[in-house]
Write a protein that binds this ligand. Sequence first.
Ligand SMILES: NC(=O)c1ccc[n+]([C@@H]2O[C@H](COP(=O)([O-])OP(=O)(O)OC[C@H]3O[C@@H](n4cnc5c(N)ncnc54)[C@H](OP(=O)(O)O)[C@@H]3O)[C@@H](O)[C@H]2O)c1
Length: 383
Amino acid sequence: FHDFRGTKKLDETLEKMVAYPADFYKVVSTATTLADNVTMIKFLARQGDRHSLVGMCMGEQGIISRVLGVRAGSVFTFASAIAGEETAPGQVTAQELRNVYRIERVDVATRVYGVAGDPVAHSLSPAIMNAAFRRENVNAVYLALHAKTLKDLLTCVREIPIHGISVTMPYKEAILHHLDNTDSHTTKIGACNTVVRAQDGNLYGFNTDASGIVRPLERRLNTLEGARILVIGAGGAARAAVFGLKERGSEVYILNRTAGPAKKLAHQARARIVKRADLKKLAFDVIINATPVGMGNTRDTPLQDKEINSRYVFDMIYDPGETRFLKLAKERGAQVIPGIEMFAHQAARQFEIWTGKPAPWDEMLRVVLLALQERSNRSTSSK
Ligand SMILES: NC(=O)c1ccc[n+]([C@@H]2O[C@H](COP(=O)([O-])OP(=O)(O)OC[C@H]3O[C@@H](n4cnc5c(N)ncnc54)[C@H](OP(=O)(O)O)[C@@H]3O)[C@@H](O)[C@H]2O)c1
């Protein structure tokens, strides 16, 4: 039985099917919300002992049931032999089920984590996090959770249960209202990208974006104490960078398109504001781009070459891997740090918060660079 519209009346459907003897009863629905997976998983748990059942939800949001269905009571699951030959919406390849999600190792003790946002289809987080869990032998699996509402996401967090989430656009601020507590750093930033579900069910929020900035810089500069750092932008990511760098004792300057957010951030963090017209006269140890300018193209840059007077230039953007800003910076003789390092280090910090183990960040960076490379090869070959 396949329902291509939704997930409903699963027990009634099965009741009609069992009137006919069969080796397996396959009940497949479509997830239109994340919570539909909860309905399917509960159905499998309820009926799996009585009948030989195969059950899962189709659709992008059905990934939870595709990975967790077997532990809930599905006798087996479906996957495509090769990419491009999927036989149902949301189906993943057998290789992905085995190598990324390690489905053969998912058992009742497996902890579930995920990246939650809207959209999340192109997220690199499942690749990087599952690689880290595998490397450190952590019994956990990490999924892409396409949450169209926060309510839907929070239902799954409670019911599956999900032990931790990486929060991405557009929920980094809104999720704060649903947490039981946040650390002071996250409260100051006003955005949360990491949630931990404690044993008592309480939700705790953290922000690891600052680690994504501070760690790659500390690996290059001996200390950030006293370093003169220009942050371009005053949104969520810039706020994380500014507070993180101020905590390390850096001298932080802010440049933003709109005065209001820059003034507010400078005041809160005790940083200084810079006018673009003054840039040619100023030199920095590091310049960080925390705006989306340059994302998805090699044309736009937040600064022109003569405005780049810095030893290091760090672009938060990771697609393309080398932005126009980084190219100009190299030509000016600066050392450059691509956004993918921020991505890997903020993920590494999440891994540490969730597992209490040091993160295999070099392996994480290797895996995510490979995933980016594969993505760019795919898009070149499809053009
Ligand atoms: N590598 C990573 O792991 C990582 C992590 C987090 C974020 N990021 C990247 O960091 C960037 C910022 O993210 P966010 O979450 O901070 O976004 P956000 O909260 O929307 O803030 C965007 C900032 O960029 C400025 N801006 C936007 N468009 C601009 C333009 N055309 N010209 C000049 N300034 C412009 C905005 O200035 P106004 O105040 O004038 O609007 C604002 O200060 C994004 O590209 C994101 O992908 C990367």
